[in-house]
Design a protein around this ligand. Structure first.
Ligand SMILES: Nc1nc2c(ncn2[C@@H]2O[C@H](COP(=O)(O)OP(=O)(O)OP(=O)(O)O)[C@@H](O)[C@H]2O)c(=O)[nH]1
Ligand SMILES: [Mg+2]
Ligand SMILES: [Zn+2]
Length: 363
């Protein structure tokens, strides 16, 4: 049997047609733009297969807790691994598969996915969890209030890290008691974000709304819960699986979360699956995001961008910007455009570090 190296050989007689189709495909193809950062990671050197293998379930000041064949072992990072530290704030993260020997980590396996952000200095990457299937981007209504710009930051970081996003809107029981404007904001959010194609769940640990649906999404998968402090990440895990993770009241003074969960931990779920509960974030700056790449992470905006008058339009002030026109005509979500705009200005390096930090906190 003839071996065909390329699809093109196979279709030799339709070559002309094939070329035409390829040209069309290439003109609409975004694959040259690398959405995930995975391939930039160095692959692990030859696996030390003679050593025991385990998974990082938590990291504390003393070292990393590894689970291996039902045992929990505290390991430290020594020698080899420490030298590899480059732009990363943390060399290993919850979810890593490792090889270890005599309570020392010897090797970290290549990751299939990761959730990371820039640390507070903006100069180092901080890994939140790795080797994860899906992330529950946890937001709430009431307190803390719904923040679409924060959701968008997660969507971008998750796309870069090859993790499926699921948007979880908690505290839906508060809907009747929040003011009319906020209620409308929630509805606009749903209307604007549903077309993006990510699953969105409205849930409440108080009424039990959406808890069954959330549980079934979590079952048999490895997930991470991330979001602002006080959004109810730990409460949701407790409600879904009868766990007793510590939860905390919002601060009476600021109505902000009280940073109850202090370390990320990989938890086995009853019935199968794993979940990482993480500490609430104060701000979320995306690691390694170039201004020119930003638009590719906003598919809805990118769709209009090709019609702008100037090919180098950045869709802020330029005349005849098709993106701004689409917002004016309500063909494009103002929530999405606003977050694009502020994130673009932020990563373009406009504001100094202090202002940037403040902007992130004000999200
Ligand atoms: N009204 C209402 N309150 C909720 C709901 N879920 C959680 N809460 C409350 O929100 C507060 C914060 O809950 P936590 O589960 O500690 O929030 P968290 O996201 O884990 O916070 P950190 O660990 O600090 O990041 C607690 O007072 C919960 O009782 C809900 O569905 N409705
Ligand atoms: Mg918590
Ligand atoms: Zn434009």
């Amino acid at each position: 049997m003839k071996h065909y190296d390329y699809e093109e050989d196979f279709h030799a007689k339709d070559r002309k047609q094939f070329r035409k189709e390829r040209k069309i495909a290439q003109s609409t193809d975004r694959s040259k733009f690398k959405k995930t950062d995975l391939d930039r990671r160095v692959s692990a050197p030859e696996i030390a297969s003679h050593l025991p293998r385990g998974r990082v379930i938590a990291i504390s000041g003393e070292g990393a807790w590894i689970e291996s064949e039902g045992n929990r072992i505290l390991c430290t990072l020594k020698g080899l691994l420490k030298k590899e530290k480059g732009h990363s704030k943390n060399l290993i993260a919850v979810g890593d598969w490792v090889r270890f020997s005599d309570n020392s980590l010897i090797q970290v396996e290549e990751r299939t996915s990761f959730l990371s952000r820039a640390d507070i200095t903006g100069r180092q990457e901080q890994l939140i969890a790795v080797n994860i299937d899906q992330a529950m981007v946890t937001v709430s209504i009431g307190n803390p209030p719904l923040k679409p710009a924060l959701v968008d930051r997660y969507l971008i970081a998750l796309e870069k890290g090859n993790i499926r996003p699921i948007i979880v809107i908690n505290k839906i029981d508060l809907l009747p008691s929040i003011d009319a404007e906020e209620q409308q904001f929630y509805r606009t959010f749903l209307a604007d974000y549903e077309p993006l194609g990510y699953p969105i769940l409205s849930v409440s640990t108080v009424t039990g709304d959406g808890i069954d649906a959330l549980r079934s999404l979590l079952q048999h998968k490895t997930s991470v819960f991330s979001g602002q402090s006080g959004a109810g990440k730990s409460s949701l895990l407790n409600a879904c699986f009868g766990l007793s993770l510590k939860t905390g009241e919002l601060s009476q003074k600021t109505q902000k979360g009280s940073h109850t969960t202090t370390t990320a931990e990989l938890l086995p779920l009853p019935g199968g699956g794993y979940c990482v509960d993480t500490p609430g974030i104060r701000s979320f700056a995306i690691w390694n995001l170039q201004p020119t790449d930003l638009i590719h992470h906003y598919r809805d905006i990118a769709k209009f961008a090709t019609r702008c008058q100037f090919p180098d339009c950045v869709h802020l002030e330029e005349p005849n910007c098709a993106v701004r026109k689409a917002v004016e005509k309500k063909k494009l979500s103002a929530l999405r455009y606003n977050s694009f705009q502020s994130l673009f200005n932020e990563i373009r390096g406009g504001p100094d570090q202090r202002t940037r930090k403040k902007m992130e906190e004000d999200l």
